[in-house]
Design a protein around this ligand. Sequence first.
Ligand SMILES: C[S@@+](CC[C@H](N)C(=O)[O-])C[C@H]1O[C@@H](n2cnc3c(N)ncnc32)[C@H](O)[C@@H]1O
Length: 199
Amino acid sequence: MAFTYFFRDMQTLEMIRDHVLPVLRTRRYIHVWDAGCAMGPEPYSIAIILRENMGHMLFRNVRIHATDIDGSNLFANIIKNGIYPDEQVKRIPKDILNRYFKPDNTGNYTISEEMRKALIFKKHDLLSLKPVREDFGLIVCKNVLLHFKEQERINVIKMFHAALGADGFFVTEQTQKLPQQVSHLFKQVQSNVQLFKKI
Ligand SMILES: C[S@@+](CC[C@H](N)C(=O)[O-])C[C@H]1O[C@@H](n2cnc3c(N)ncnc32)[C@H](O)[C@@H]1O
């Protein structure tokens, strides 16, 4: 099982807040795809950052499509129930933890219903090259592409490009460079970060 935890990558969350959110909030419906989401901390962290910075009313129009190839029902159940052990939530700033999570007496934390309602988990293989829907405002795919062969990476990134709406964004991890064959499809938002805007 992939290991991941909440607020693992604060830099990406801040980029989403500062560069992506101002564009997303002009849309009526906001669809985000977290591709290769593991058991949920990453898509829930994105949901929290959006909710913190857009308020309740606008957040009602947010849908985070969280997908992973994991075949067991485990990811689906963990994400649906939103219950996580304390070692996965300890990087969350205290005030945010208190606002979005309820501890129980077994050392687990349950994320709020508002966050659970915003997330839709689906089993999905990126190498099928079939997007889960179109017109995304943001696609996040981190620590997944590195496992693919170069041509697979190129095909998956082309699929992401086609699945983004106009002005949509694509985020990958800091160490993942965009292959030259697809670099003309995106504009890098800032030279030192792997945040790209669809051209
Ligand atoms: C290291 S985890 C990354 C989790 C999260 N994105 C993060 O950065 O914290 C990689 C995830 O990619 C998923 N994965 C691997 N191959 C995939 C594929 N072909 N399609 C979709 N997901 C895949 C794995 O099941 C795993 O959950």
